[in-house]
Design a protein around this ligand. Structure first.
Ligand SMILES: Cc1ncc(COP(=O)(O)O)c(C=O)c1O
Length: 417
């Protein structure tokens, strides 16, 4: 794949080679990561990246677009089939731009949006201070119940009735439970708001139909095509048929300009892959592995936020081990496992954080099942017991390396032509 780069820029080549080695030897449990099939990388780096097109299929500003038109139409058709939606827009560049695509379609500056509190799972583009969305729109936030750590639907309704949002946003970057989309839709209808669901994290699970889909309930569904979808670094938006024109106008010319055809072609491939039995099997196993890890960690004295997980990630409150999230993240990194520290609901120590978020996508893609998840839980316990003991963490890393080496990142040498 990189034979020309190897000659023309050894610096870049060496770094990519090192990155491959890092990924091969690391137990990757950052919940937003996944391993893309080689086809996705091939397509992303293919000649179609040379095209510069503006506009929608059969109505571009440039000539010579027939092949791209056919590819984009096929990607839309595949998205409609996989997700059962009325319309799909393929032109957003990422999950973040997908969110902005919806904002540009239905909001005016100053309009009110009701989204999940950033401290409890809301994404940067859901109105976090410092993000453009926060400056342009008026955000109100809902959160989780202090006891159950599950979204408080009664509180959500009360806030919606008070702030009368134009848009209600469901979906989060760290929320381990299923979301009551029907409940959200009822509240949105009651207050006359659009309902948007950001399913960036759980897109693959929804595509494989192993967890409920927001599509029947939401006006707009945004997503990354990375994370559990395991596709290219891009995004897409699904919507009801009646919103198709509004959405397409919001995305272009409202938000983006030229079309990234290499990404659209890769999304087209991924949408076909998402309909296969192999993909479904992986998604099912992700759920099995996530629940298994939640149980195995609870058995070892960790507190699992909300008690369990219904998706690919779990939140672990490590105060029960007398440590904080940052300490645990660093100790695990030294032990060869990547996770990220995170606030737990109503966190008592937001500066250092009380928890970590752990994702099961990559380890499942590499073939791990419940027995290996049990081993990982044991490694995590050992790391938590020795956060300040570098010698011990080095020893634990040997165990980690031994485990991961049995589950190759790619079956073939992707650096070979
Ligand atoms: C809920 C949610 N929405 C959107 C995004 C942004 O996706 P992207 O990185 O593709 O812009 C993320 C990424 O972390 C996310 O977790």
């Amino acid at each position: 794949m990189l034979k020309h780069t190897k000659i023309s820029d050894p610096f870049v080549y060496r770094h990519l080679e090192d990155e491959l080695k890092r990924q091969e030897e690391n137990i990757e449990m950052i919940a937003s990561e996944s391993i893309v099939p080689p086809e996705v990388m091939e397509i992303q780096g293919s000649v179609i990246t040379n095209t510069t097109l503006v506009g929608y299929p059969w109505n571009r500003s440039q000539v010579g677009s027939r092949i791209s038109d056919e590819l984009e139409m096929e990607a839309i058709a595949r998205a409609k089939k996989v997700f059962g939606c009325g319309h799909a827009n393929m032109q957003v560049y990422s999950g973040s731009t997908a969110n902005y695509g919806v904002y540009a379609s239905v909001l005016k500056p100053g309009d009110t949006v009701l989204s999940m509190s950033p401290e409890q799972g809301g994404h940067t583009t859901h109105g976090i201070k410092g993000n453009l969305s926060h400056d342009v729109y008026q955000f109100a936030y809902y959160g989780v119940n202090r006891e159950t750590e599950i979204i408080d639907m009664d509180e959500l309704r009360k806030i919606a009735l008070t702030c009368k949002p134009k848009l209600i946003l469901a979906g989060a970057t760290f929320y381990p439970r299923l979301i009551d989309y029907e409940g959200f839709a009822k509240i949105a209808e009651e207050v006359g708001a659009y309902l948007m669901v950001d399913m960036a994290h759980i897109c693959g699970l929804v595509a494989a139909r192993v967890i409920p889909s927001p599509v029947p309930f939401a006006d707009f569904v945004t997503t990354s095509t990375t994370k559990t979808f395991c596709g290219p670094r891009s995004g897409m938006i699904l919507c009801k048929e009646e919103h198709a024109q509004k959405l397409d106008n919001g995305v272009f010319p409202g938000l983006v300009a030229s079309v990234h055809m290499n990404e659209i072609a890769a999304k087209c491939w991924s949408l076909q892959y998402a309909a296969t039995a192999a993909f479904k099997e992986t998604m099912q196993q992700i759920l099995v592995n996530a629940s298994a890890l939640a149980r195995a960690l609870a058995d070892r004295g960790f507190r699992i936020v909300s008690g369990t997980t219904d998706n690919h990630l779990l939140l672990v409150d490590v105060r029960s081990k007398g440590i904080n999230g940052k300490q645990f993240q660093t100790a695990l990194h030294k032990a060869g496992i990547s996770v990220n520290n995170i606030l737990v609901p109503y966190d008592s120590q937001p500066d250092v954080t009380s928890g970590v978020r752990i994702g099961l996508t990559c380890v499942t893609q590499r073939g791990m099942k419940e027995a290996q998840i049990e081993e990982i839980a044991e490694i995590m316990k050992l790391a938590a017991d020795h956060v300040d003991d570098n010698k011990e963490l080095e020893k634990i890393k040997e165990q980690t390396t031994g485990l991961i080496s049995r589950y190759p990142l790619y079956k073939e040498n992707i650096f070979e032509d």
